[in-house]
Design a protein around this ligand. Structure first.
Ligand code: C5P
Length: 321
């Protein structure tokens, strides 16, 4: 009889994050090119008297151990759907940066869902699990499936993408996290300000869907991904003098020190430097595994980040170990 189930779940990086206007429901339509990376949290589910969360890892104290934790919400949601009391101890071994723009919370939600599903023997289909993931958060379905995928809608409508090779990254982890809603709000504020400047002082509505182009994936970026061509991917990520991450300016505006981190990576030979999702983790593309290891050392020595972690992509989604 199964007494506990452990699930390994990957972090993600967004090779492209095209953000549309703010929708009436407050979310933003996205063209979100997700890549799962080989940096994992592990969620272990064990029967218990009551729903309980424990966390281990260097940043464990920054993770809520109450019912606001996405892992707890996943257990409650699955339990409610199948008429099972969610009396389970969820232990999270945390390696993904907390509030870092790498979907660490989403990973724990997807991991808890898969672990509880196996522990309770609910027999939920993949489609049901994906629907529950989408209820938990925009990035949670991708944490379940992993690999490479295009996310539309608010990021939860996934189409698998081909990745023709391994891409090597370094992730520079900052001190402290950034709130995802705050970064989206800052993106809207910057767009409003730019619109008012163009249209004349006092103009408003510049962050709404009618004024922001529909988010579309970059064909050059998808080709580079499919071909496993790291040099082409790097140039697609940094095309037109900016980056493929529309949240980058907002993250840098809220955390100006990220400019120094991005510059340190570029100086140390990164093929591309980009903020990961809503930040503040910065992601750097390297030619191969050896270059990634050297880049991680150089970033650490630059003093512009707390830690620098090399990791390959793509990686599989949530997997029972
Ligand atoms: O879906 P999730 O709970 O991860 O989203 C967190 C917050 O990020 C939302 O409340 C919203 O403020 C912002 N968000 C957004 N548009 C998206 C995804 C997230 O504005 N597509």
């Amino acid at each position: 009889m199964t007494r506990s189930v452990t699930v390994s779940v990957p972090a993600k990086v967004n090779v492209q994050l095209a953000v549309g206007g703010v929708r009436p429901d407050g979310f933003h339509d996205l063209a979100n090119v997700f890549l799962a990376v080989g940096l994992h949290d592990r969620v272990t589910a064990t029967p218990s008297d009551t729903l309980r969360i424990t966390v281990e890892g260097p940043d464990a104290d920054q993770v809520p151990a109450d019912r606001t934790n996405l892992a707890a919400r996943a257990a409650e949601l699955l339990g409610a759907r199948y008429g099972i009391a969610p009396d389970v101890h969820l232990h999270i071994a945390k390696r993904i940066p907390v509030a870092g723009g790498m979907a660490g919370g989403s990973a724990d939600g997807a991991g808890a869902l898969v672990a509880c599903d196996a522990l309770w023997g609910t027999g939920a289909s993949r489609e049901e699990l994906l629907a529950l993931c989408a209820e938990l958060g925009s990035d949670v379905p991708f944490s379940l499936v992993g690999g490479a995928a295009l996310g539309r809608g608010r990021g939860e409508v996934l189409t698998p993408l081909e990745a023709g090779g391994t891409f090597h990254w370094v992730f520079a982890v900052a001190d402290g996290g950034l709130s995802t809603p705050a970064v989206y709000r800052e993106c809207d504020r910057l767009r409003e300000a730019a619109y008012a400047e163009r249209a004349g002082a006092g103009a408003s509505g510049g962050a709404s869907t009618e004024h922001v182009p529909d988010p579309e994936p970059s064909p050059a970026l998808l080709d580079a991904l499919a071909e496993g061509d790291v040099v082409a991917l790097a140039s697609a990520v940094t095309a037109a003098g900016g980056t493929s991450n529309d949240l980058q300016a907002a993250a840098v505006s809220l955390r100006p020190s990220l400019t120094g981190t991005l510059e340190a990576g570029a100086k140390a030979g990164a093929l591309a430097s980009i903020v990961s999702g809503s930040g503040p983790t910065c992601a750097f593309l390297a030619q191969d595994g050896a270059a990634a290891a050297a880049l991680a050392e150089a970033l650490l020595a630059s003093g512009t980040c707390r830690t620098a972690i090399p990791a390959p992509s793509p990686a599989p989604g949530a997997t029972i170990v």
